[in-house]
Design a protein around this ligand. Structure first.
Ligand SMILES: NC(=O)c1ccc[n+]([C@@H]2O[C@H](COP(=O)([O-])OP(=O)(O)OC[C@H]3O[C@@H](n4cnc5c(N)ncnc54)[C@H](OP(=O)(O)O)[C@@H]3O)[C@@H](O)[C@H]2O)c1
Length: 234
C-alpha cells in the first residue's frame, strides 16, 4: 500500500545515503525521480530501468534544478560536497549555496515538502569539522533557509541531523532522536537515515521538525515510526 501520493525527487541519489533513500522509497512503493550528476553511475547502481526517472544536473545550475523539481511534490536531499578534496567546490558552494538554490527553486515551482540531511553539531562553530571550509556552519545556513522557506502555510520541512555515517542494513539498531543539537557524538547507518527520511514524508509528527539522530544498541526494529511521537517540536 502507498503511504504517499506524488513523486519524490531524490537529490544526491547516487551518493552513499542517497542510494538507501531510493531503496527505501522502493520498499515503501513511493514514486520517485532522481536528480543525479551521472546517468552512468545511476544506471550502474539502480539498473537500466531507472533511465526514465533521471534528470541530470548539479546544484550549481538553476535550469537543471528547475527541470528536476518539475517532477516532484516533495524533495529528499542527501547532497554533500567532498570537504576533504581541495579540488572539489567548497562547502559554501554546495552545502550552503547549492542546497539554498535547490530549496528556493523547489518552492517557486510549487514543491510542498523538503527533507534535508544535514549533520549533528551544525550549531557548534568551534567544532573541529568546521576547519574544512566551515562545513557545519554552511549546513546550518542552508538549514535556516529551508526552515524559513518551507515553514510557510501549505509547505513543510524535515531536517535530519545524523551523527557519523556508517554502512550496513537498516533497522538493526535502536535509534536515538534529539533536538537542540545537544547530542555531541554518535554514529548511524546511512540506511537508517534513509528510512527515517522516507518515513518523515508521511508522518505528520515529523513535519516542521529539526532533529538529531544516532544509533543506540543493536536491536532489530520492526517499526521506527513511533519515535517521531517523542520528539519535541522546535
Ligand atoms: N560522512 C559523515 O559521517 C556525515 C555525517 C553527518 C552528515 N553527513 C552529511 O550527510 C549527507 C550524505 O552523506 P554521504 O556520505 O551519503 O554523501 P556522499 O556519499 O558523499 O554523497 C553525496 C552526494 O552529493 C552529490 N553531489 C555532490 N556535489 C553535488 C553538486 N554540486 N550537485 C549535485 N549533487 C552533488 C554526489 O553526487 P555524485 O554521486 O555524482 O558524486 C553524491 O550523490 C551529506 O550532506 C553529508 O555532508 C555526513
Amino acid at each position: 500500500m502507498k503511504n504517499f501520493n506524488g513523486t519524490i525527487l531524490v537529490a544526491g541519489a547516487t551518493g552513499r545515503t542517497g542510494l538507501w533513500m531510493v531503496k527505501s522509497l522502493q520498499t515503501h512503493h513511493i514514486d520517485y525521480h532522481l536528480f543525479v550528476r551521472s546517468g552512468a553511475k545511476a544506471i550502474e547502481l539502480f539498473g537500466p530501468e531507472i533511465v526514465d526517472k533521471l534528470t541530470l544536473g548539479t546544484l550549481e545550475n538553476p535550469e537543471e534544478i528547475k527541470a528536476a523539481v518539475s517532477h516532484a511534490m516533495a524533495i529528499i536531499c542527501a547532497v554533500g560536497g567532498n570537504v576533504t578534496d581541495p579540488a572539489s567546490p567548497p562547502p559554501s558552494a554546495i552545502d550552503r549555496d547549492g542546497i539554498i538554490r535547490l530549496a528556493t527553486i523547489a518552492k517557486e515551482e510549487g514543491v510542498k515538502r523538503f527533507i534535508l540531511v544535514s549533520s549533528l553539531s551544525v550549531t557548534k562553530p568551534e567544532h573541529p569539522l568546521n576547519k574544512y571550509g566551515q562545513v557545519l556552519t554552511m549546513k546550518l545556513e542552508a538549514e535556516n533557509e529551508v526552515r524559513r522557506l518551507f515553514s510557510e502555510a501549505g509547505f513543510s520541512y524535515t531536517i535530519l541531523r545524523p551523527g557519523g555515517l556508517t554502512e550496513g542494513s537498516p533497522l538493526q539498531h535502536a535509534l536515538i532522536f534529539g533536538t537542540g543539537d545537544t547530542i555531541t557524538r554518535g554514529s548511524i547507518r546511512r540506511s537508517n537515515v534513509a528510512e527515517v527520511a522516507v518515513l518523515s514524508l508521511f508522518n505528520k509528527n515529523a513535519h516542521n521538525l529539526t532533529f538529531e539522530i544516532i544509533e543506540g544498541k543493536e536491536s532489530e526494529q520492526v517499526s521506527i515510526e513511533q519515535l517521531f511521537t517523542y520528539i519535541d517540536n522546535d
